[in-house]
Design a protein around this ligand. Structure first.
Ligand code: NAD
Length: 258
């Protein structure tokens, strides 16, 4: 492919949340850099469209519909990845949900749904992918946390708790699996221009005002772009980061520097 340096050539990557935003952009970049991609998402049509686009550009890719909170489906997805591509070297956990909810009025169901989709899913993902990676001699796991896994914000306590959980799950797994040569790192984006942020801002009454406020919290004076996060994912997926595990890759335009 044009401009490819083959930074993940010959590797097999499983990417969740691949129908949109950071998962889709990471899939495009990893495919362009030579990886075979198993792309999954609960959004079947949009996910297949991303896969078709990658294939049309010359990438190796297959799409599977997957709800990441479904344990039985994880077993099938990992088995299908092994069957189709023979191994698993890279796991990118990007499926997730956002949203605002006040702690004084939040229902237990909303809390549980956030924790299930953003945190339980990463446990399931690592639990069933880990053995296949270990069998192949190791690999790299990249978990999408957030700046809100490191610092709090009002109105999103369920999201912050889920992403803080991802941060610590990553560190514990990194220590447990270092002897297996499985590296596990987390990525902490600032606010990025994807459907997640755009929809969340659309759903609140003062969305435009909120967007302006958010921009001022990023020292670089803008929100991030999906490709700026995908570059970090590629770095962690590739052998360029071979001495990194249990680390937090913060890509936030300076949000957490203040
Ligand atoms: N966009 C940001 O500003 C930002 C910032 C920090 C962290 N993140 C994190 O990065 C990840 C990707 O976010 P994004 O901005 O690309 O969001 P997005 O909404 O554009 O994409 C998320 C994808 O996950 C899928 N998904 C949601 N629930 C699922 C489920 N149960 N099973 C399978 N797929 C499911 C959606 O269908 C969607 O395609 C998320 O974990 C998010 O929390 C995003």
């Amino acid at each position: 492919m044009a401009n490819s340096k083959g930074r993940v050539a010959g590797k097999v990557a499983l990417i969740t949340g691949g129908a949109s935003g950071l998962g889709a952009e990471s899939a495009r970049l990893l495919a362009a850099e030579g990886a075979s991609i198993m792309l999954t998402d609960r959004a079947a049509e949009a996910g297949q469209a991303v896969a078709d686009e990658i294939a049309a550009a010359g990438g190796k890719v297959h799409f599977l519909t997957q709800d990441v909170v479904d344990e039985a489906r994880w077993i099938e997805v990992v088995a299908e990845t092994k069957k189709r591509f023979g191994r698993l070297d890279i796991l990118v956990n990007s499926a997730g949900i956002g949203g605002f909810s006040e702690l004084m009025t939040m229902g237990l169901a909303d809390w549980r749904n956030m924790i299930a989709v953003n945190l339980d899913s990463i446990f399931l993902s690592m639990r069933y992918s880990g053995p296949v990676m270990a069998e192949g001699g190791g690999g790299s796991i990249i978990n999408l946390s957030s700046i809100l896994g490191k610092v709090g914000t009002p109105g999103a306590s369920h999201y912050c708790a889920s992403k803080g959980g991802v941060l610590m799950l990553t560190k514990a797994a990194a220590l447990e699996w270092a002897p297996l040569k499985i590296r596990v790192n987390s990525v902490h984006p600032g606010y990025i221009e994807t459907a997640m942020v755009q929809n969340a801002l659309r759903e609140i009454p003062n969305g435009n005002e909120m967007r302006d406020q958010l921009i001022t919290k990023h020292a670089l004076g803008r929100l991030g772009m999906a490709h700026e996060i995908a570059e970090g994912v590629l770095f962690l997926a590739s052998d360029a980061s071979s001495f990194m595990t249990g680390a937090e890759l913060v890509i936030d335009g300076g949000y957490t520097a203040a």
